[in-house]
Design a binder for this molecule. Structure first.
Ligand SMILES: [Zn+2]
Length: 338
């Protein structure tokens, strides 16, 4: 998600307080472990590092790179509060270890994507998932349950490793919640509550949670996400209703809206990596170009629709590198059950 400073961006005092608290907590745990194990050189070394970090807090130099004195990337500090140098000042060995971590995270994330053979006699699904760097903060999922197809597309605040962790958090939550078979707005309310409790105050996700049954009846909850598009034989329709993003307020209520897909119609979901893709003049791709790239795709397969949109974005962007994670999902209703 691009545009707003959020995610794990340093929220000043709040961010520092979280890290300080973590360090104090770690110090206590280390001391307990040390007292139980007798002499362990590793505990003593770590304790020394934690004390040094707490000392940097007192001196006001905590979070600054020891080489160049610039601030250390906040998401790295949050992952490891003992971090002492910025990304640019890592040694080759440290850089290699970081790359290995990212590759592992990427493999885990790809493993969380829906299967690609998502057709049944009622619906066909296709998606395109393209991280701006190695890992993505977009969440794309499809869960079949009790003869209905649940689909989810979301965009987590921030980028990179931290955003990808929140994405896997969402994945685990929805896979646990959907089998409960509760009404959509209630599932969404629970997801929001859980997400709120498991994230920091400045982290949230915009998200669409929907389901379609064998009659083409769709129920959809939109938590502050971009409007889905219904691809029809005539003019395409955008579904504008949107609520608050997930994770903003613990007791938000979510409303589900209902409509019906006719046989052959497709619901298209996308993240802002699509509409906010920039060309070299920093103009945005925008919803109008997206709608244009959909025209003529009605009769085709979801894979063709998704491909048309992606290639329109790529043509528009030209050589400008992607500025955000890009995800599209198309859910086509094949025909009603008699
Ligand atoms: Zn540095």
């Amino acid at each position: 998600m691009e545009g707003v400073q959020m995610g794990l961006a340093p929220a000043g005092a709040e961010f520092d307080a979280v890290l300080h608290e973590q360090l104090v907590d770690r110090r206590e745990r280390l001391q307990i472990a040390k007292s139980r194990s007798g002499f362990d050189p590793d505990f003593s070394r770590l304790l020394g590092e934690v004390d040094a970090a707490l000392m940097r807090f007192e001196k006001g130099t905590y979070g600054l790179c020891e080489e160049c004195h610039d601030p250390i990337e906040p998401e790295r500090l949050l992952a490891d509060p003992l971090m002492r140098v910025c990304l640019g000042d890592l040694t080759d060995r440290q850089r290699q270890a970081l790359e290995n971590d990212l590759e592992l995270a990427s493999a885990i994330q790809i493993g969380l994507l829906p299967k690609t053979d998502l057709a049944s006699e009622f619906w066909q699904v296709d998606f395109h998932y393209q991280p701006a760097s190695i890992v993505s903060g977009d969440y794309c999922d499809v869960i079949a349950h009790d003869g209905e197809l649940y689909f989810i597309l979301g965009d987590v605040s921030g980028k990179g490793m931290a955003a990808s962790l929140l994405m896997s958090n969402l994945h685990a939550m929805f896979h646990s919640l959907v089998p409960l078979g509760l009404p959509m707005h209630e599932l969404m309310g629970r997801a929001n509550h859980l997400f709120c409790e498991s994230t920091l105050a400045n982290q949230y996700a915009t998200l669409i949670f929907g389901k379609v049954n064998s009659k083409g009846e769709v129920e959809i909850c939109n938590a502050g996400h971009l409007p889905p598009i219904v691809v029809k034989s005539g003019e395409n329709v955008t579904l504008d209703a949107a609520g608050l993003p997930l994770g903003l307020f613990c007791d938000s209520n979510f409303a589900a809206s209902c409509f019906r897909l006719e046989a052959g119609e497709t619901l298209l979901l996308y993240t802002d990596g699509v509409t906010e893709a920039n060309d070299h003049t920093e103009e945005e791709f925008g919803i109008a170009r997206l709608l244009e790239s959909i025209n003529g795709s009605y009769a085709g397969e979801p894979a063709g629709l998704v491909r048309n949109c992606v290639s329109a974005v790529e043509t528009f962007r030209g050589r400008t590198p992607p500025n955000d994670d890009l995800t599209l999902m198309a859910v086509k209703f094949a025909g009603a059950q008699n």
